[in-house]
Design a protein around this ligand. Sequence first.
Ligand SMILES: Nc1ncnc2c1ncn2[C@@H]1O[C@H](COP(=O)(O)OP(=O)(O)OP(=O)(O)O)[C@@H](O)[C@H]1O
Length: 243
Amino acid sequence: MNVDSTVLQASAVVAGYGGKTILHGLDLHIRAGEIYALLGANGAGKTTTLSLFLGFVTPGAGRVQVLGVDPVAHPDTVRRQIAYIPENVALYEHLSARENVAYLLGLAGQQPDADDRLIDESLAAAGLDGAAFDRRVAGFSKGMRQKVAIGLALARKVPVLLLDEPTSGLDPQATVEFNRLLGVLRSQGVAILMVTHDLLSAADVADRIGFLDAGRLLEEVAADGADRFDVRALHRRYGGQAA
Ligand SMILES: Nc1ncnc2c1ncn2[C@@H]1O[C@H](COP(=O)(O)OP(=O)(O)OP(=O)(O)O)[C@@H](O)[C@H]1O
């Protein structure tokens, strides 16, 4: 790890698709044990930013590193360090929660304990009800699917978590629960980058909030004091873009 504990680093990144530039000189640095929420209007380049760190988008200029490694040059090395949870978590519908984690752990090159202890502990830590461990995920709600995905991330013990709109479609209680889980991962030193339209949820859980506008980071705001963020001020300034 870098001495300054920066885990995710994008410096002066210009990137896009085909001839179309989406990110115009993006600078983003996220440390171990930090939750960073990236907000911005539709099409601002938030998901593209996640794709950068996964090595799916190649920068035309600038530098991208995950724990000091270039994700385009070394995609497998980098992806082993990352848990990526898209807006709609893809699971094997005919398998149970436990079987999904076991199978996906195997795909990630990790063998679970013979007694599945790691899997059970991880699913429990992710807040999934024990009664659901052996149920097929086909009937799971979005919140339950996310718990399975977080359970997998916990079992993999990855240092990086990338989340795309994790709280969209979650009810308030599930959102609070989800944010609590992110807090647990933060306390374990995981660097978390969350793309979201949910300003309230970001203010609730993030250490820093960045506002992306047409591929440029307009401003970063850090949590400060007991009130953390002035949500009304953020909403007045960015509500129209973030919502
Ligand atoms: N694979 C792709 N090929 C071509 N253009 C793409 C591709 N993916 C995204 N884009 C375009 O890049 C721009 C930025 O998309 P991106 O998904 O990063 O935005 P976003 O900020 O995540 O938006 P949203 O809030 O709607 O998810 C959009 O104009 C989109 O149409």
